[in-house]
Ligand binder design. Structure first.
Ligand SMILES: [Zn+2]
Length: 402
């Protein structure tokens, strides 16, 4: 039904993208206005006096909120971040428009085909190799274009507010390491992904989903063991009152705590955080050294009580389950679009229909549903934050401690 010759897919995608851009920046603008207020908002009049409010404009305050770095957010910092978000979204919008307008996908696809024909031995040719090279070249260009923004974010914006602790050398090393990891994991996973679609026919989405489930579960297992130590140093938490109270908290909640570690987050930024990772029966709590520096033992314990609240209420498991349903829906719908000629035609692919390109274009078409989903997910994760926030209070912890 959706495969009609000359259906304006490209115009549709440009329209979606502009609408998304407008909506995002309208929200950002509203936020910016809130952050520019000079008087106490009505709803807080009874809680906050003028002097405290004024302080929040310029001085750092302690605010616990996870899923974003903890502590020290001010209105001024918020405004600077909103401005940065505005300029980088303009850049991204121009970039996506240029990609479509200049037919960057078909041109780059043809170029990688030429590269392969010229330099690669015959046994390496074929759609999968070409797709991997395509992704590599494309993301390399994207990385280079994004460098000024990344540099500005760390060394100008974060630096100005005293959050940046990274040296340029570390910034470059991080980038090289991430690129090496992307290639090391991306090549086998990408090839398997494309081979599954090629080999399993009409019902590929089912196998693809199973494969991605295995990949995700392995990633969750491998990440804290193999990847985190490449970027950070983890040391056991020193014995002392904090360690004892965290262990007591964990055993009270029957949290299977096997390791309690401190991570050297201060190497990059003075933002702080704490999290737990590991398999269901063997968990590890990781505390940022920056959190230990800035907070009393009781405050650290309160932050961990919040994190353990997430665990006790199964938030991570719920989110993993939701992402599985989401992936299944994406792949199943992709199986409907994968042979849509008009889609490929509209974006300049007249003779070939590479799976990778099909998936890319299909994701562009899906963008508006992703926006709705993102909104729903935000509502859900925010309500989880409230639940975890109430958890220490509602579970027989002496409330004044938290
Ligand atoms: Zn939280």
């Amino acid at each position: 039904m959706l495969d009609r010759p000359f259906f304006p897919w490209k115009k549709l995608v440009i329209g979606f993208s502009l609408a998304d851009f407008a909506l995002g920046n309208w929200l950002l603008f509203r936020q910016y206005r809130v952050l520019s207020k000079t008087s106490v908002p009505k709803a807080l009049e009874n809680q906050v006096d003028k002097a405290t409010f004024d302080k929040s404009q310029v001085r750092y305050r302690n605010l616990a909120s996870c899923s974003r770095p903890l502590l020290t957010h001010t209105q001024e910092y918020g405004r600077a971040k909103a401005k940065f978000g505005f300029f980088s979204s303009i850049f991204n919008e121009v970039k996506s428009y240029a990609i479509l307008y200049l037919d960057a996908y078909p041109r780059l696809w043809a170029f990688t085909g030429l590269l392969l024909a010229r330099f690669a031995p015959a046994r390496f040719s074929g759609e999968i190799t070409q797709s991997l090279i395509f992704v590599f070249v494309f993301s390399f260009i994207d990385l280079i274009l994004g460098l000024p923004f990344s540099y500005y974010h760390s060394f100008v914006l974060e630096e100005k507010f005293g959050f940046n602790k990274m040296t340029v050398k570390l910034w470059i090393m991080d980038m090289l390491k991430s690129q090496a990891l992307t290639i090391a994991f991306g090549v086998p996973i990408g090839s398997a992904f494309l081979s599954i679609v090629k080999m399993t026919g009409q019902s590929f989405f089912y196998y693809l989903w199973l494969f991605m489930l295995v990949v995700q579960v392995s990633a969750i297992t491998i990440y804290p063991i193999l990847i985190v130590p490449l970027f950070n140093k983890l040391t056991p938490l020193k014995p002392g009152p904090l360690k004892e109270s965290v262990e007591a908290l964990a055993s009270k909640l029957k949290f299977p705590l096997t390791e309690l570690q401190v991570i050297d987050g201060s190497k990059r930024s003075s933002h702080s955080n704490a999290y737990f990772t590991g398999l269901p029966w063997k968990k590890k709590i990781v505390i940022y050294d920056t959190l230990l520096d800035k907070s009393s033992d009781k405050e650290v314990e309160a932050v961990l009580a919040h994190e353990l609240g997430h665990w006790k209420m199964g938030h991570t498991t719920k989110l993993l389950a939701i992402s599985q349903v989401h992936l299944f829906y994406i792949f199943a719908l992709f199986s409907v679009f994968i042979n849509n000629n008009s889609l490929y035609e509209s974006f300049g692919f007249h003779n070939e229909r590479p799976v990778l390109i099909g998936f890319l274009l299909f994701n562009n078409i899906l963008a508006p549903t992703d926006e709705i989903l993102k909104l729903l997910m935000n509502i859900l994760t925010r309500s989880m934050e409230y639940e975890a926030g109430m958890f220490p209070r509602s579970n027989s912890f002496p409330s004044e401690r938290y």
